[in-house]
Design a protein around this ligand. Sequence first.
Ligand SMILES: [Zn+2]
Length: 199
Amino acid sequence: MTDSSDLIICEYCDSVYQRPPLARNERAHCQRCNAVIERRPWLGLDQLLALNLTAGMLLAFVSFYPILSVQNQGRNNAASLADSVWALVDGPISAIAAVVGASLILVPALQVTLLTWLLSFAHFRQRAPGFRWSMRTLEVLRPWSMLEVFLLGALVSVVKLTGRVEAAPAAGLFALAALTLLMIGIAGRDLRLLWKQVP
Ligand SMILES: [Zn+2]
């Protein structure tokens, strides 16, 4: 009898296939609707773990180091990600601070923590305690990380402010750009390989 983990179902037309052996960076397409049914990523689990740890360090950096530096009438103001959230807490729309804090700091921090937990055990070919819950939570969290939206907003702010005041991107902005790319590459990717590679 065929092990059900050897079978794969097309998400678009429900055709069932035997899982094909794939080389790194290869894809398998559904013969009926041509959708991608399986892909083998070019990054292995250990590389993902290394990138994930890097993302954790970058997140800590952008949370507390300035992203934008503004000079106006001799006064210098610099704001980090955490400063942006605190500025909203003190302002007239303080309720928004909770949403911004969650989508910019809490959700990415949870994603990095859960991935580090899962991938650290996967390094030793073991399933981490709470594996199923962690995998489901990562899927739920995926749409709630808004780092790329904030990055876009920060870039627009630098462009708009230049000319009115002396505004310059600080080291945190470059770290934020790197973190955003990493989070899209790590947390945004299909993590189903963990189910297969860590039995
Ligand atoms: Zn199909």
